[in-house]
Design a protein. Structure first.
Length: 367
């Protein structure tokens, strides 16, 4: 069963400096009940605007939104259900807790607004605090708690209403790295225990990969690709998705007769393969950990720089007038200045992007 459905959703607005901007364009998505689904993309891509339309904080310019099979937003039919009637839980980027209320009062607030009986409030707040590891902190004020504990208050307040859908807008971005990792596990644990559907908005690829059953990547208001984290990482449909998930090298090449040559020097063979049936100018996309660095076979090059990481060695090697990054196990050891060879495995091939695309991304970041 689909818990959330968006059909042809578009959101546009007008600014004095930029004119009409389409923040979200013809957005179509179905999210299954109990699924953790992430929206991933850079600032200005439209992911938070989409979340706000699902929540009811933003009206649509076009299209329809359904929650649990119920139509909650439709511009053409003039249907709009306000946020408080959508039965959603929300956690924001900032620690959205009331400083003048203690932990118990913060978590109980939405139930008091709904005028639930005192006995029910007490029971449900106690359960929410227990599930968020806040037992014994009922009378403590937020200012006396850590950032992680304050975000747990926000989580407890969201789950206390027993929502079918939880909307999370970059809830971990203000936490330190250790707390962020532990909170990822907390969110997944709570989802498993309560069974709610999650929409998780983030620009952090590690968070999206760790939390998501499925995810999408957005760019300039458009969905670029939808799939599992593994599908998007291993089979990105375009250069943008490739660059946004994991580390990437991009090299301009010319392809002819099943071989890829450096565009700047077409006598320099970089890759050949029987399955390479493309022709003309392309961008070759590679993952640093999918390049074999050795001393005897492949494209001849030189180590420009070496960096020792915790789990691997990272090398910058020359390719024509440019360079690419290569990651290898620690046992594969080279020094800066060493001559070596690289063999590229399973590259992806994309047509060169138009120059105005990057200019449009920068323009959107100023909005």
């Amino acid at each position: 069963m689909n818990q959330i459905v968006l059909e042809h959703v578009t959101k546009s607005f007008t600014t004095k400096s930029l004119g009409t901007v389409v923040a979200v364009r013809d957005f179509n998505l179905s999210v299954k009940k109990g699924e953790c689904f992430s929206f991933l993309g850079p600032s200005g891509c439209g992911k938070t605007t989409t979340l706000r339309m699902i929540a009811g904080f933003e009206d649509l310019s076009e299209g329809s939104i359904y929650l649990g099979g119920r139509l909650v937003s439709d511009k053409r039919k003039n249907i709009y259900l306000p946020p408080e009637k959508r039965e959603l839980g929300m956690v924001f980027q900032a620690f959205a807790v009331w400083p003048h209320l203690n932990v118990y009062e913060n978590v109980a607030f939405p139930l008091k607004v709904k005028k639930r009986p005192h006995s029910e409030i007490k029971k449900r707040v106690a359960l929410a605090l227990h599930h968020c590891d806040l037992d014994g902190l009922e009378k403590v004020y937020p200012s006396d708690l850590s950032g992680g504990q304050q975000q747990r208050i926000a989580l407890a307040r969201a789950i206390v209403v027993n929502p079918d859908v939880m909307l999370l807008d970059e809830p971990l971005s203000n936490l330190d790295p250790h707390l962020r990792e532990s909170m990822r596990f907390e969110i997944k644990r709570l989802q498993k225990e309560f069974g709610f559907t999650i929409i998780f908005v983030t620009h952090d690829q590690a968070e999206a990969m760790a939390l998501s059953d499925r995810m999408l990547v957005m760019d300039m208001g458009n969905i670029q690709q939808i799939g599992t984290p593994q599908e998007l990482y291993h089979k990105p449909v375009n250069r943008f998705v490739h660059s946004f998930l994991g580390q990437s090298n991009f090299t301009d090449v010319v392809i002819r007769d099943g071989k890829a040559f450096l565009k700047e020097d077409e006598s320099n063979l970089l890759f050949s393969g029987t399955s390479l049936d493309l022709k003309g100018d392309y961008v070759m996309a590679t993952r640093p950990n999918a390049i074999d660095l050795n001393r005897q076979d492949g494209y001849k090059t030189t180590i420009l720089k070496r960096t020792s990481k915790t789990d691997f060695m990272e090398y910058l090697v020359s390719v024509g007038k440019g360079s690419i990054m290569v990651q290898t196990p620690h046992r594969n050891f080279f020094r800066a200045g060493d001559r070596c060879f690289i063999k590229i495995k399973d590259p992806a091939w994309y047509k060169p992007e138009k120059k105005d695309i990057e200019e449009e991304r920068e323009r959107r970041n100023t909005i």
